[in-house]
Design a protein around this ligand. Structure first.
Ligand code: IPM
Ligand code: MG
Length: 343
């Protein structure tokens, strides 16, 4: 049976980085059916909503979902009654029940000098942010009046248990649980539950707890001290953008959203739709390619194919490939060529 991949190019640079990723994917998966669907701002324009029932249904029945990027100034609004592209992304994550978001941060030696941080600091960094993706303040009840607003940050024991397990399963040397337990009640529950899961199931793996403000500092002062960072939806969002700069550019960071054993995973770069450079053919497609590698590994169980693709990206950078965000001049097409040549 053919492997069915739903692709969601969505907005901004999305279509121009997704197209070459699909070409690359086809080289690795022989019998593949690609089904493209409208999503995000593009879907708002076409259907008035960022995620249609049809797109969600197609995604649910796919073997994996490959997403480029959503959003743009065209749909920016503070009016709670108007649709936003991001609602599509949140609806898709929730609808596919993908509570575990894996964001690996592994600066490549070839890019050590592309980071704003000194080489001595980033050298040897190899960490994974495990971000809880379907709970917390992103999904808690919202209220709004003319003069006040609130977002409820709520987690259940069960939600914390399952993301803690994801983190311990991914750990090689240590898990760092990041919270704000000195202030937030929800963080105190988070910490208790992580300790419970650790004691019951993973006591052989070292566990530490770090407050989020301190974690933000250590990420740039001592990133090699981390292995797996597990944290809630909001802290994970912020810390993963910060961690991206260790690799030189947010254009390098892939992600996998998983956790539903009965449905597909969602694979997408961490970066946004970069509307400022959209349509110029100059976007860095490497995070999109590395997300495709994560799709091969976590979505289709093609581990060696994933490694081959990742090595090709490394190799292309070693050979001097630099897009603009990395201080070079390579276009999206040239970057794609360089990776294909390495393949
Ligand atoms: C991310 C993005 C999204 C998030 C936005 C686009 C809703 O920043 O995937 O990190 O906040 O989760
Ligand atoms: Mg983010």
């Amino acid at each position: 049976m053919a492997t069915r991949i739903v692709t969601l190019p969505a907005d901004g640079i999305g279509p121009e980085i997704l197209a070459p990723a699909v070409d690359i994917l086809k080289r690795f998966v022989a019998d593949v059916e690609i089904e493209e669907h409208v999503f995000g701002g593009a879907s708002i324009d076409a259907h008035g909503t960022a995620l249609t029932d049809e797109t969600l249904a197609a995604a649910k029945s796919a073997d994996a979902v490959l997403l480029a990027a959503v959003g743009g100034p065209k749909w920016d609004t503070t009016d709670p009654n108007r649709p936003r592209p991001e609602q599509g992304l949140l609806g898709l994550r929730k609808g596919l029940q993908l509570y575990s978001n894996l964001r690996p941060v592994r600066p490549l030696p070839a890019l050590y000098d592309a980071s704003p941080l000194r080489r001595e600091i980033i050298e040897g960094t190899d960490l994974l942010v495990v971000r809880e993706l379907t709970g917390g303040i992103y999904f808690g009840e919202k209220t709004r009046t003319q003069d006040s607003a609130s977002d409820l940050n709520i987690y259940s024991r069960e939600e914390i248990e399952r993301i803690a397990r994801s983190a311990f399963q991914a750990a090689r040397t240590k898990v760092t649980s990041v919270d704000k337990a000195n202030v937030l009640e929800v963080s105190r529950l988070w910490r208790e539950v992580v300790i419970d899961v650790h004691q019951r199931e993973f006591s052989h793996i070292p566990l530490e707890h770090v407050l989020v403000d301190n974690a933000a500092m250590q990420l740039v002062s001592n990133p090699t001290s981390f292995d797996v960072i597990v944290t809630d939806n909001m802290f994970g969002d912020i810390l993963s953008d910060e961690a991206a700069m260790l690799t030189g550019s947010i254009g390098m960071l892939p992600s996998a959203s998983v956790g539903n054993p009965d449905g597909p995973g969602l694979f997408e770069p961490v970066h946004g739709s970069a509307p400022d450079i959209a349509g110029q053919g100059i976007a860095n497609p490497l995070a999109m390619f590395l997300s495709t590698a994560m799709l091969l590994r976590h979505g289709l169980n093609l581990d060696s194919e994933a490694s081959t693709l990742e090595s090709a990206v490394d190799q292309a950078l070693d050979n001097g490939l630099r897009t603009r965000d990395l201080g070079g001049t390579a276009s999206t097409a040239e970057a794609t060529q360089a990776v294909l040549a390495a393949l």
